[in-house]
Design a protein around this ligand. Structure first.
Ligand SMILES: Cc1cc2nc3c(=O)[nH]c(=O)nc-3n(C[C@H](O)[C@H](O)[C@H](O)COP(=O)(O)O)c2cc1C
Length: 323
């Protein structure tokens, strides 16, 4: 569904080529200083414009509709709207009959019995993450002084990000990416096992970001190849500090006071300007599709700030639950 969280509750809405996208945050604590300027730096980090991102440029100006008075949150729901201004829906007309391999054209149509809005990917578009980033700006303030930092470390398996981007652009192809996220300053004792463990809640929201296909904590999948003597993190201080951090800062679903370390795998963009086989639902025959139009060649370039926002929302909710 489109709501996340129990206490810091985020509802996102909108479609890529509809009137707009946005978010409503319920359970937002009162008294947080907040103005439209606070959103600028994170919204700019999510924006397209860099090499390897879509040529579709939107203003992304937040219209704060409710929940702020005299520069502070009031405790009532905060609603934020972003109007869509730069749409070109004709690029997407073919994808209803000929679904893009890797995208949600086929699965979305089946799930919503053909009533879904296909323009620009509709509600499956990365544009809907504007709501997540905006809620993240507020969530980051509520979890302060906890610090959350996500960085793109590899594209297409290479640390030479720019060269990899140029390579796939020259081939009309796309590339995936690996993002590292580190959460520091989170005290021990946050998390509500079993089902609201720190891993469960973080993974839930991180996997909701379109294009995210893998999430691992600490040593992650490498743990399956380690011995206990290698994987265990020896304690070195009375506050629970550990020598290594293979657990990624979480034991038993509860924060242990060390940094939370997360790796996030982002897939290569599915819309590529190369011929790919697909089924044509109009002719009922196999067909060939080149998904031309305005697309990010590497969506991972734009995802670190969304990861930070998602992590902040999850922590804001977990920390509210603790209170
Ligand atoms: C910021 C952002 C931008 C994106 N841009 C594109 C794009 O230009 N073209 C595309 O095919 N997919 C793009 N995506 C990914 C699709 O939204 C996503 O692949 C699709 O909804 C299918 O979901 P899945 O990949 O999680 O299975 C983007 C995702 C994000 C988060």
């Amino acid at each position: 569904m489109n709501s996340f969280g129990r206490f810091f509750r985020v509802h996102i809405f909108g479609e890529s080529h509809g009137n707009g996208v946005g978010v409503c945050i319920d359970g937002c604590p009162e008294g947080i200083p907040l103005s439209a300027d606070d959103f600028v730096s994170d919204l700019v980090r999510r924006k397209s414009g860099a090499r390897g991102t879509t040529p579709r440029i939107e203003n992304d100006m937040p219209e704060i509709l409710s929940g702020i008075y005299n520069g502070y949150t009031t405790g009532a729901p905060v609603s934020i709207l972003f109007r869509n201004e730069n749409t070109r829906s004709s690029d997407y007309e073919r994808f209803t009959a000929m679904p893009r391999p890797g995208h949600a054209d086929f699965s979305g149509r089946i799930r919503y019995n053909g009533f879904n809005d296909p323009r620009g990917g509709g509600h499956f578009s990365g544009r809907v993450t504007l709501g997540i980033v905006s809620a993240g700006v507020i969530a980051k303030k509520t979890v302060s002084p906890v610090n959350i930092e996500a960085v793109l470390v590899k594209v297409g398996g290479s640390t030479d990000i720019q060269s990899k981007i140029e390579e796939v652009l020259s081939e009309n192809d796309s590339a995936g990416g690996l993002i590292h996220c580190r959460i520091s300053g989170l005290r021990a004792g946050i998390g509500n096992p079993f089902f609201d463990s720190v891993e469960s809640v973080l993974a839930h929201i991180l996997f909701s970001i379109p294009g995210v296909k893998g999430v691992e904590f600490g040593a992650g999948f490498a743990a399956a190849e380690m011995k206990g003597s290698e994987h265990n993190d020896p304690f070195i201080s009375p506050t629970g500090e550990t020598l290594t951090n293979n657990a990624g800062g979480i034991n038993g679903g509860i924060s242990n006071g060390n940094d939370i370390k997360i790796n996030i795998a982002v897939k290569p963009t599915s819309s590529i300007g190369r011929e790919q086989h697909t089924f044509n639902f109009e002719t009922r025959k196999m067909d060939v599709l080149k998904a031309e139009g305005r697309h990010d060649a590497c969506i991972a370039l734009r995802i670190p700030v969304i990861v930070e926002a998602a992590a902040a929302i999850a922590l804001a909710d977990l920390m509210s639950a603790k209170k």
